[in-house]
Design a protein around this ligand. Structure first.
Ligand SMILES: [Fe+2]
Ligand SMILES: [Fe+2]
Length: 273
C-alpha cells in the first residue's frame, strides 16, 4: 500500500510556498508520493503544469488534472490541501515566490500580464494601460506585426510609473546614470526596462527596448514606434486622436513621424523642451 498525498488547487501559478509545503508534508506524513491535482479553472492546464514542473520535477511528485484523477483501492490517499497558500491573482509583489525559470516561462508565453501590471498602478493609470495595450494590438494587426508581443509591451510599458521620485532616482543612479539628467517624468521608461529585465526576467530585447523608449520616442524599431504612438494617442488623454490612430493602424512609420512631430511641437509650446 502506498501513501499518497493529494494537493488540490489551481496552481496558477505554483509558488515556492506551495512547493515547500508539499515537500514538508511528504516528509512529515511519510508519504510515498504527492500528487498535485490541478482544477480546471485558470490559465490553460499545460502552462500551469509546466510552471509546476519547472520547479519540482523529481521522483515522488506527480501533476495530474482533477478530471483524470483515478484512485486505486490498494493505496491510501491523504488530502494535504492548503488553500491559504494559493494566489488569487499573481501580483508584482508575488514574483518573489517564483523562480527565474518560472518567470522566464511566464514572460515568454505572455502570462499574467494584466494582474502583474494592474497591481503596480493606480486605477486611472490602469485604465490608460489597458487602452494602450489595446491600441498596440490594433497597430500591430494593421501593420503585420506580432499582436501578442505588441499587447505585452503595451501592458507592461508603465510598470514603473507609480514609483515615487526617490525610488526612481535610486534605480537611475544604479542602472542608468547616463540618463539621469533627463526630465524625471521620463525616468519611468528606463526604470521600467530595468524592472522587466531584473524582476520579471523578460528576455525579449524588442519589448525591453520599446518600454525603454516609450515616453521619449527615441527608437524607431516597429515595436518601439507602436508603443510610443499608442501611449501618446490614448483616447483617454482628452483630445481627438482618431485620425492619428487610423494612420498608425495603416502605416506605423508614417503615424510615428506625425505623432512625434506633433509631440515635439506640443512640448516646445509647453516650454518642456
Ligand atoms: Fe509612460
Ligand atoms: Fe503610458
Amino acid at each position: 500500500m502506498r501513501r499518497i498525498g493529494l494537493y488540490y488547487g489551481s496552481f496558477d501559478p505554483a509558488t515556492t510556498l506551495q512547493i515547500s509545503f508539499a515537500v514538508r508534508k511528504k516528509k512529515q506524513l511519510d508519504l510515498d508520493e504527492v500528487w498535485f491535482v490541478l482544477s480546471e479553472e485558470g490559465n490553460p492546464y499545460k502552462h500551469r503544469m509546466t510552471l509546476l514542473r519547472l520547479r519540482l520535477n523529481r521522483k515522488g511528485y506527480k501533476v495530474i488534472r482533477e478530471a483524470e484523477l483515478k484512485k486505486n483501492q490498494k493505496d491510501q490517499y491523504i488530502d494535504i490541501t492548503d488553500d491559504s497558500l494559493s494566489l488569487k491573482q499573481l501580483t508584482y509583489s508575488d514574483l518573489k515566490y517564483l523562480t527565474t525559470r518560472q518567470k522566464r516561462y511566464i514572460m515568454e508565453h505572455y502570462l499574467y500580464l494584466e494582474s502583474i501590471s494592474k497591481s503596480t498602478l493606480k486605477e486611472h493609470r490602469w485604465q490608460h494601460v489597458q487602452r494602450v495595450a489595446g491600441l498596440c494590438r490594433q497597430f500591430a494587426g494593421g501593420n503585420g506585426y506580432d499582436e501578442r508581443k505588441a499587447y505585452c509591451a503595451g501592458m507592461l510599458h508603465d510598470i514603473a510609473k507609480n514609483m515615487d521620485r526617490e525610488t526612481l532616482e535610486g534605480y537611475m543612479k544604479t542602472f542608468c546614470p547616463e540618463y539621469i539628467d533627463r526630465n524625471w517624468q521620463v525616468w519611468h521608461q528606463y526604470v521600467g526596462a530595468v524592472i522587466l529585465q531584473r524582476e520579471l526576467k523578460m528576455r525579449d530585447r524588442k519589448i525591453i527596448k520599446a518600454v525603454r523608449n516609450h515616453a521619449t520616442g527615441d527608437d524607431q524599431d516597429i515595436l518601439s514606434m507602436i508603443v510610443y504612438c499608442a501611449d501618446k494617442l490614448d483616447p483617454g488623454r482628452g483630445y481627438d486622436s482618431s485620425q492619428q490612430i487610423a494612420l498608425c493602424t495603416k502605416n506605423i512609420t508614417d503615424g510615428y513621424k506625425l505623432v512625434r512631430k506633433e509631440q515635439i511641437e506640443y512640448l516646445k509650446k509647453e516650454g518642456v523642451i
